[in-house]
Design a protein around this ligand. Structure first.
Ligand SMILES: [Fe+2]
Ligand SMILES: [Fe+2]
Length: 268
């Protein structure tokens, strides 16, 4: 895969569909970039895909759900791989209201403000009823933007973890269990060192407490923006994540490495 690509939606749970895409990361593999449709009584979209795939995302999403039925958008944070179709959706899904945070609204206002009458502010620890179930906002144990909120869904017992628990991969799959465990561990640890480099400076007891907070939820499925759907794997993934503070810090390619990459590309 040499460019960002949408993939076919698939089922993560009876009431949850994944709207997946992938993004190639030179030298490191591919990274899933997922949005999710949660078929609550008041349907919820979680994130809106990558900016580069806006048209493809809107088409794929429209095949999954009638945009007129969408009531909520849970925006985990304002990074370009999560807000790709945000304003298109505000235009084309008239009942949609954006669950987000004060900080995310502020960041969006720096380049494309959100209409305040379409916003619903929810902080970590607070809950929102969406018809038949309750969504409780959670600050995930790792994140790359301070406005990040994931959540726990009481209906599906799913933990939506935003960027946390993502993994670099070599090939697209639909379920994290399809990835060989050592490969998954390696890809998760690598991605987490890239995405949350501050993990190397964390107080271990506090980080363990954050991991235990997720463990205590006993999520049946973990839905990261950057991992195929992971059923019955929460303990395993959290054990992998616990290893990240002691892992080798990520250092990106420098200029000589970039020139070597470009020369390699040109030689093909
Ligand atoms: Fe992010
Ligand atoms: Fe992300």
């Amino acid at each position: 895969m040499d460019k960002p690509t949408m993939f076919q939606p698939y089922q993560a749970a009876p009431d949850i569909e994944v709207v997946p895409s992938y993004f190639p990361v030179p030298g490191l593999g591919i990274l899933p970039i997922n949005a999710f449709v949660l078929r609550a009584a008041e349907p919820v979209l979680v994130d809106t895909g990558q900016v580069l795939l806006c048209d493809e995302f809107m088409k794929t999403l429209s095949d999954v759900i009638d945009l007129a039925d969408l009531r909520w958008l849970w925006l985990t944070h304002a990074d370009p791989d999560h807000i790709g179709s945000l304003h298109r959706l505000l235009d084309e899904a008239p009942r949609l209201r954006v669950i987000t945070t004060f900080l995310a609204v502020g960041k969006m206002s720096l380049f494309r403000p959100l209409p305040m009458d379409r916003v619903y502010l929810l902080n970590p620890g607070q809950s929102l009823r969406v018809g038949d179930r309750t969504l409780t906002a959670i600050r995930p144990p790792t994140y790359d933007a301070p406005e990040t909120t994931g959540f726990y869904d009481s209906g599906s017992c799913a933990f939506f973890s935003a960027d946390c628990l993502g993994a670099l991969m070599s090939d697209p799959v639909e379920y994290a269990a399809e990835i060989e465990p050592a490969h998954l561990r390696q890809g998760l640890v690598k991605w987490m060192t890239v995405d949350s480099p501050w993990l190397h400076m964390t107080d271990n007891a506090r980080f363990t407490a954050a991991l235990n907070h997720v463990r205590e939820l006993k999520p049946k499925v973990v839905l990261s923006a950057h991992l195929p759907a992971a059923q019955g794997m929460a303990e395993t993934l959290l054990d992998y994540l616990a290893a990240v503070p002691a892992a080798e810090p990520f250092v990106g390619p420098d200029q000589p490495a970039l020139e070597a990459m470009l020369a390699g590309t040109a030689a093909k």
